[in-house]
Design a protein around this ligand. Structure first.
Ligand code: GRF
Length: 193
């Protein structure tokens, strides 16, 4: 579990794209009784849409050149230390963190995934869910471990699949739930100490 060292814990969100979950975490951080201080946004893409949101809201942003993964992670680790980050929230970050990185932040990295884990790990979840004619899908917030999308689940939300669904429609409905679930999951791990 994540340890609270002060009143609030210093949090960093890692993104690669749109940034709707970044926005929901940011909104949570601004709530009166929020337990996080959103100190830093890390992105591996300079043109990620979420960067625009971060800039507009005056968040500290670091763009990481991922040509060399080892160097990229070393740089991120330095930035995390400089900013005294205690909780990392992956939100659409399209890079796989190394074992070494994950071990340095054991139980302090969480991720959101658009399926009811342990089902449908990895990419293209909505397509696979629909192909398999599932009745439900959903989203999960989980701790990050070496094994992809396999760490302990913090919270999940089920979403019913409609006959009229296609991957786009389903992902849109699930995203609405993701944006609500992520702050709830953060609260959950920070109050369970
Ligand atoms: C979400 O669907 C999340 O579950 C997945 O990547 C997407 C990120 O969306 N890991 P956004 O950038 O937060 O809008």
């Amino acid at each position: 579990m994540v340890r609270l060292t002060g009143n609030k814990i210093n949090c960093s969100v890692f993104i690669s794209g749109r940034g709707t979950n970044l926005k929901s975490i940011f909104n949570y951080s601004k709530e009166k009784f929020s337990k996080i201080d959103l100190k830093l946004v890390i992105s591996d893409r300079s043109n990620a849409k979420g960067i625009k949101f971060a800039k507009k809201n005056k968040l500290r942003i670091r763009i990481i050149d991922y040509k060399n993964k080892q160097k990229a992670e070393k740089k991120i680790l330095n930035i995390l230390r400089e900013n005294k980050i205690e909780l990392i929230c992956l939100a659409g970050f399209m890079r796989i963190l190394s074992k070494n990185f994950i071990n340095l932040y054991k139980n302090k990295i969480i991720n959101i995934h658009p399926s009811l884990l342990p089902k449908y790990k990895g990419l293209n979840t909505h397509e696979r869910v629909l192909q398999n004619k599932e009745k439900f899908s959903g989203c999960s917030v989980h701790f990050v471990t070496e094994k992809l999308d396999a760490g302990k689940i913090i919270l999940q939300k089920k979403v019913r699949i409609l006959l009229s669904d296609n991957p786009k429609k389903l992902s849109k409905r699930i995203l609405i739930e993701e944006n609500k679930l992520y702050p709830r999951a953060i609260k959950r791990i920070l109050t369970k100490i």
